[in-house]
Structures are given as structure tokens and as C-alpha cells.
Ligand binder design. Structure first.
Ligand code: CTP
Length: 395
């Protein structure tokens, strides 16, 4: 359960209804939300909608009869771990940039010591107006953060910059900024995820069932804890995570090349990718035509990337995965030793509700000192959290 509080300032733009979605997503992450609406925002969406979703009273009027003894703009300013202005109009940006505090929202922004994030949304010409841009630059210089608007078709019918950024992305960025632990600050974390593919001919390849979910969850956890993250990923259908340097690869060979390039400067390397151990011995430049007889393909061994990394290891913390369908513990212990790893995350892939494609996983984490951590079934993100907790405990 998070004990974090985000104060959301809603200003008067057509995108005001999207702020409801941001609040709903933050609430699902167990983040407490308090809403301050400007007068014009209330013309677009009613305070009642925000009240219902935030489950807190919505503040609109600076001079309303106080509902408690506190001075509201001060108490919210103090309560906030972060303030998010969504959508942020040219008006609120201009006011704050010029020190104007004439309503509940602008006074609270002025009074808070918490980080303030603006997510602007407005007509392209307004957004591109040099006055607005100058105000944004000025606010950035003072340390205010911005989630830049996207380009697209705007409510007025124009096309261009000014569309509120995706609400899930806004919520994820905010949650990341106020994440509890920032114990990986200054660390470079290299994560591999997903399957690799081995081409047979120009139209065919073999691959495996890995979806990349575990590796992506690890990359996101590391990012939220403050690390500089590189994610080397085979083909997956997952959304590219923000704030992570993503390198897309296809084959075992490509993955190896990128890893070797980054290995020496990485502090923690986590290999959750399901790398193909074999590739067709002879790649056919031409599409293989069907014939009457059976088709026989010969496969040859490909690189064992983790094994190579284990051999070249200096100060890196090297973490491998062991996907096993039987004899989980012994196979994992063997791989930990054989590949010179610091940790191995072992999972039993025979279970239906965990492992490949599932959002959950049930793992045992082993370290090279003989410690074993048995985890219950939990989200892949929670597994990632336990893994970094363990690594940081021992560092
Ligand atoms: N791995 C790798 N290169 C390979 C195969 C696996 O780097 N060619 C890495 C995986 O990313 C994982 C670990 O090795 O971190 C274990 O992968 P797994 O497929 O469970 O084991 P293998 O080493 O391939 O052994 P086996 O086939 O005997 O299970």
C-alpha cells in the first residue's frame, strides 16, 4: 500500500475529462489523490466526477467556508509528494511563470515544496506561441517538470502539437517519480528480455513462447528505483517503456553483440531473455519450396550468452534465469555455478498460471552464497522488486 499523495490541478481545457483517467490509474496504483479545479475547469467537468474518483473532497473556491481548521492551499501544498497539473493551459503556465497566485491552484503551486509536473494540452498555435514557450523554458529553469504534449488531431480540428500525452503514460511517469525506493541511482542496469529468433529462410524462423513480460517488469522496476536502464529485447508485443534505453534485436548473435558492447560499463546485468540455443545450420537465401518428401533441417549450437558473460565477469552483478520444467532447484543450482552467476531466478514453467505469457510468476531466487528465497505466486513486477531488494541488501 502506497502512502504517497499526488495533488492534481485541473485547469480549463477540453482535455479536462482525461484527468479523470489519470486519477483512476493513480488510484489503482494505491496513490492518494486530491483535486484542485480552477473555475474554468468546472465548466468542462463537474467536481463531483473528480470527487467520486479521487474519493476526496474537491477544492474549487479559495474563499469557500473552510471544511477544517487548516488553511487549505497550505495543507495541500504540504501534503503533496508531487503536484500534477493536468491538463495545463497556457493560462496556468503563464501565471506560475510570472509569480501570479490568485486562486486556489496557483497559490498551492506557489506554496508547495514538492515537485510540480505540468502536462500541457492546448491548440497548436497557442502551444507554439513564443510567449508560452518562453514561460515553459522559464519554469523548466526553476526545476518544474513537463510532460510534453503529443502531436495529433486536436479538439478544434487542427492537427499538430498540443494533444495531452497518453493518460497511462502520464500516470506511469508520476508514479515513477514518487517511487518509494531510489536505491539504484547512479547504477547502470542491463536487462535482456523476450525471445530470440533463428531464421530458416526469408519468410520462416523458429522462436519460443517468451513474451518478454518478466524482463520488461525488471527494466521498469530498475528505472523507477533510479537506475539508468538499457533493455535489450527480442521481438515482443509489449509497449516500449518510457525512460529506458531500448535496443531491439532478433537473433542470438545480435543480442550478444549489443550486450558485449555494454557489458563492461554495466553494474547489474539481468538476463531474462529466452535465448535460442540452436539455429539452422544452413540459412536458405531463397524461400524453401515444398516437395513431396519430408523436410529435414539441421540445427547447430548457437552462443550461450550468459556463459560468456560469466567468464568475462569483473565487478558486475550477473543474474540469470532458469526456466525449468522439472527438477527446478537442482538445475538452477547447477546453472548458477556453471555460468558463474551471482543470482539465479528459477521458475517452473510447467505451471499454467505462472511463467511464460502470464502476468504472474512463482520463483525461487538463489544466490552464490547458498541462500534460497522462495516466493509465492505474485506479479512479475513484484518478483522484480524482490530481486532488487535482495541484490541491494547484499551490496
Ligand atoms: N541463456 C543465454 N544464452 C543461451 C541460452 C540461455 O544467455 N543460448 C541465458 C538465459 O537468458 C537465462 C539462462 O541462460 O538467463 C538460462 O536459460 P535456460 O534456457 O533456462 O537454460 P540453458 O542455459 O539454455 O540450459 P538448458 O537448455 O540446459 O535448460
Amino acid at each position: 500500500m502506497s502512502n504517497k499523495c499526488v495533488v492534481i490541478g485541473v485547469t480549463g481545457g477540453i482535455a479536462a475529462y482525461k484527468a479523470l483517467d489519470v486519477i483512476s490509474t493513480l488510484r489503482k496504483k494505491n496513490i492518494d489523490t486530491h483535486v484542485i479545479m480552477t473555475d474554468s475547469a468546472t465548466k468542462f467537468v463537474t467536481p463531483l466526477s473528480f470527487q467520486s474518483l479521487s474519493q476526496n473532497l474537491v477544492v474549487t473556491d479559495m474563499f469557500a467556508e473552510p471544511r477544517a481548521w487548516e488553511i487549505q492551499h497550505i495543507s495541500l501544498a504540504k501534503k503533496a509528494d508531487l503536484m500534477l497539473i493536468v491538463p495545463a493551459t497556457a493560462n496556468i503556465i503563464g501565471k506560475v511563470a510570472n509569480g501570479i497566485a490568485d486562486d486556489m491552484l496557483s497559490t498551492t503551486i506557489m506554496a508547495t515544496k514538492a515537485p510540480v509536473v505540468f502536462a500541457p494540452a492546448m491548440n497548436t498555435n497557442m502551444y507554439d506561441n513564443p510567449i508560452v514557450q518562453k514561460n515553459i523554458d522559464k519554469l523548466k529553469e526553476f526545476g518544474y517538470a513537463f510532460i510534453e504534449p503529443a502531436s495529433g488531431r486536436l479538439a478544434c480540428g487542427d492537427t499538430g502539437r498540443g494533444k495531452l500525452e497518453d493518460t497511462k503514460l502520464i500516470s506511469d511517469i508520476v508514479a515513477s517519480m514518487i517511487y518509494d525506493t531510489k536505491d539504484l541511482e547512479g547504477k547502470k542496469v542491463l536487462v535482456t528480455a523476450g525471445p530470440t529468433i533463428a531464421p530458416i529462410d526469408p519468410v520462416r524462423f523458429i522462436t519460443n513462447r517468451s513474451t518478454g513480460k518478466m524482463g520488461y517488469a525488471i527494466a521498469e522496476e530498475a528505472r523507477d528505483r533510479g537506475a539508468q536502464v538499457t533493455l535489450i529485447t527480442g521481438p515482443t508485443s509489449l509497449e516500449t517503456p518510457f525512460g529506458v534505453d531500448v535496443v531491439k534485436v532478433n537473433t542470438n548473435e545480435e543480442m550478444l553483440r549489443v550486450i558485449l558492447d555494454k557489458y563492461e560499463t554495466s553494474h547489474i546485468v539481468i538476463k531474462s531473455a529466452a535465448v535460442a540455443d540452436y539455429k539452422p545450420k544452413n540459412y536458405s537465401e531463397e524461400k524453401i519450396k515444398k516437395k513431396e518428401e519430408n523436410l529435414l533441417l539441421e540445427f547447430e549450437r548457437d552462443n550461450d550468452i550468459l556463459n560468456l558473460l560469466g567468464k568475462e565477469k569483473r565487478n558486475q552483478i550477473l543474474v540469470g534465469f532458469a526456466a525449468e520444467s522439472s527438477n527446478v532447484l537442482n538445475n538452477a543450482k547447477d546453472k548458477l555455478k556453471r555460468k558463474n552467476l551471482d543470482y539465479i531466478v528459477a521458475n517452473d514453467i510447467s505451471s499454467k498460471d505462472t511463467g511464460f505469457a502470464s502476468d504472474n510468476n512463482k520463483v525461487i531466487i538463489l544466490d552464490n552464497k547458498g541462500e534460497e528465497l522462495y516466493l509465492d505466486t505474485m506479479s512479475k513486477r513484484a518478483v522484480a522488486k524482490h530481486l532488487f531488494d535482495l541484490i541491494n541488501k547484499r551490496r
